[in-house]
Design a protein around this ligand. Sequence first.
Ligand code: CP
Ligand code: NVA
Length: 308
Amino acid sequence: MTKDILTLLELSKEEMDKLFQRAIELKRRHKQGIRENSLSGKTLGLLFDKASTRTRISFEAAMVQMGGVPTFISAKDTQIARNEPIKDTARVMSRYLDALVIRTYSQSMVEEFATWSSIPIINGLTDLYHPCQVLSDIMTVIECKGGYEGLNIAWVGDGNNVAHSWINAASILGFNLTLACPEGYLPEKEIVESGKWKVESGKSGTIRVITDPVEAVKDADVINTDVWASMGQESESESRKKIFAPYQVNAALMAKAHQDAIVMHCLPAHREEEITDEVMEGSHSVVWNQAENKLHLHKALLETLILR
Ligand code: CP
Ligand code: NVA
C-alpha cells in the first residue's frame, strides 16, 4: 500500500476495491452501534488552507469514531504562513502525528510535503485533484448500482479538480466516463491523455471529453456535477454563470437521462446554478448519502494508511 494519497493514481484497482468493501463494512457496523478502536493512540492532523465543511468534519469524526484523535490546523495560523519551508514543517509534523490531511491550493505543495514526511499525507483537495471525494463517491455508486463495472458515468460542468479525480479513477477502475464541459473549461489535457492511455492499455472502460451535456447524460447511469467556480475562482463567478448556463443539471436535462439515473454532487451546491433545487431534492438525487459516505470511506482510508 502506498504511503500517501496525492492523486488516486497511487492505488491499484484491488486496493480501491478493498477500501470500498471495508468502508461498506464499517458503515454497516456503525449503523449497528459497534464501536471501533483500531486507531486508538493515533493522531491525525488536518492542515487546511481553504474552507471545508464535509471533508474536515468527516475526517475528524472518522478519527474519533476509530478511537484516535484529530487535530485541526489552520494553515494561516502556522509558521508556514510566515515562510517556514515545507520541508522543515513536514519533518517536524511527522514527529507529532500519525497522518496528515492537507487542503490547499497547490498540488506541488502537497507533493513536497509527502516527499519530506515519514507519515501518510492525504490530499483533502487541491486546485488539481480531490481524490478522497471520488473514492467516497464511487462507494455511493456501488451502493446504488451494485458495482461500477460497465457503468456509464457522466460529468456535466467544469473540468475541475473533482473531474480530474474522476478521470484518474476511471483509468484505474475501467468504467465509462463522459465529461461534458464548455470549451475553455475542459479538464487538463495531460490528465485526460494519460487517463486514456491507461484505459487503452487496460481491460475495459472509456474516457471521453465532449461539449454537449445532453450527449453525456443520455446513456448515463450516474450524473455528476459540481460548482461552476471553485474555491480560488470567486472573481470569475459572474462570467462563468453565462458560459455554464447550458450545463445546468435541471428537469429538462434529466428528461434526456435514464429513469434510474442517479444524480451526484460533492457539495457545497449552488442551487439554480449548476443544479436546480428541484433536481437536488428530487428522486434521482443521492447527495445526502454521498456526503455521509465520506465518513465511512475516510475511516477505511485512515485505517489502511495509518496501520499499513
Ligand atoms: N465535498 C467537499 O469536499 O466538501 P467540503 O468543501 O465541505 O469539505
Ligand atoms: N470544485 C470545488 C469542490 C469543493 C468540494 C472546489 O474546489 O471548490
